[in-house]
Ligand binder design. Sequence first.
Ligand code: SF4
Length: 238
Amino acid sequence: MILFSVKPMALKNGLKLLSIQKKLFSIRKKLSIAYGYPKPWKMPPIDALIAVILSQNTSDHNSMKAFEKLKKKYPNWKKILAAKESEIAKTILEGGLANIKAKRIKTVLLQIVEKTGKLDLQFLSNYSAKDAREYLMQFSGVGPKSAAVVVAFAFEKPAFPVDTHIFRVLKRIPLIPQNTSYENAHELMEEMCPDALKIPLHAEIIAHGRKICKAQNPICSKCVIKKECARVGVVKSS
Ligand code: SF4
């Protein structure tokens, strides 16, 4: 009788995954006490997609202002399909990179209509989180982060969008190798992070990155997860 059929490498990887997951649970517990789970907003899928395009390379404050102005001018997103890109760009000026984002928004909306026959992504609620992410990534300008944001916040399905704060914190702890790209960081977190933790941990690490684990001079002395962190690459901290 074979009592032990798992190959040594598979066992090693399995144990490594278990130890990372244990660490993720511990980090989540401490961060949720510190930040009280800043529950993310819920939006219809097309709104979430537009909001995440507007959020690229700008602050939340500016991108939300741009989103509000766009929504006010085009309360029905179908009107964007007929609008000139220059008009859309003028409306979202505050969000930065207005010409690029206007083109991206119009292109993605046109592609959705071409592909599905309507401007609606609600049908993705019947997809698994992975299938929904993959479906969204076929549209131009929709990368792993944008797809994960829509899946997590429009459908409340388990997905782990990696933004600049999360990317930094994950590398400092480290939970991902130093040479990991943004795209691979998404793949790794999708695989390693238990589904139940994905959305809350995403929100809590962002809060932690903004308040404590800042890009310059992180406040390690006040960090609630310092025991879990090797502070890789941190040259100056307070
Ligand atoms: S110990 Fe410092 S580097 Fe590590 S997570 Fe905390 S603030 Fe960031």
